[in-house]
Write a protein that binds this ligand. Sequence first.
Ligand code: ZN
Length: 281
Amino acid sequence: MFGDDVHIDTTVLGDGDPDLAVVGGVHGDEPSGPRAIQHVLDRDPELQRPVKFVLANPAAAVAHRRYLDADMNRVFPGDPGSEDRERRLAAELKAELADCLTLSIHSTHSSVEPLAFVSGSNPDAQAVASQLPVSNVVNHDPAVDGAFTSCEGVVTVEAGRQLTENATTNATKMVRAFLRLTDALPEEPPESDPDFYTAESVAEKPEEEDAQLLAQNFERVEAGETYAETTDEEFVADESFYPILMSETGYDDIFGYRGAFVGEAVEEARAAWGTPPQDGE
Ligand SMILES: [Zn+2]
């Protein structure tokens, strides 16, 4: 159904060479990002700074599949010569947005509260994430390889539960907040006060069985507490942790991530993450 010749789809609004970007559809089965982008393009607002709007994997979106050959959000920086279409798309996306502060929109099987992911080594992305309308900002460097957020200047947001109206509404709010806090739109962004976490490790799940998750995302699990169970196995925490993006069905082989709370302010989080100073600081 799909040939080998797949590409990202970029539209520029505003005059000049953009150093801002909004990306949707890294995963083809998460339509909230592409819908939020379409919403902006349809309204064609007068932007004070030019912005690139990018559909990252149009072929997977048409197929309603997370990906065609490889999970694009695990293969950055990508490879232009790869046989896997997502590895080529990742390389194309990274090159296209090399100079851009970028918001990438996802939706999820777990948390309904919007959250942001950043790299601990990326102060520009952290500055954006700390001002978005999210409850939590998570550095996922220790637990995840090859995510788009590993590229400089990229913030990923999980807008809400996959395929819900709510996710699209949140994604649209997120785009508007991003454009406001980068002065592409004139209004002030809404006040925001997220907490900061590090995703430290993956919480594995038996692949074949129906598992039940007992813990709530971002609610502390104490050492000795049972956080999930199957008919014949209990999953007990060795040490206390905060569940992040945990769900029963979101991933084949993991529940999600075990995290640690690192602060209520971005400065505290940066101290915990060892983030280098931002340009101009
Ligand atoms: Zn996704």
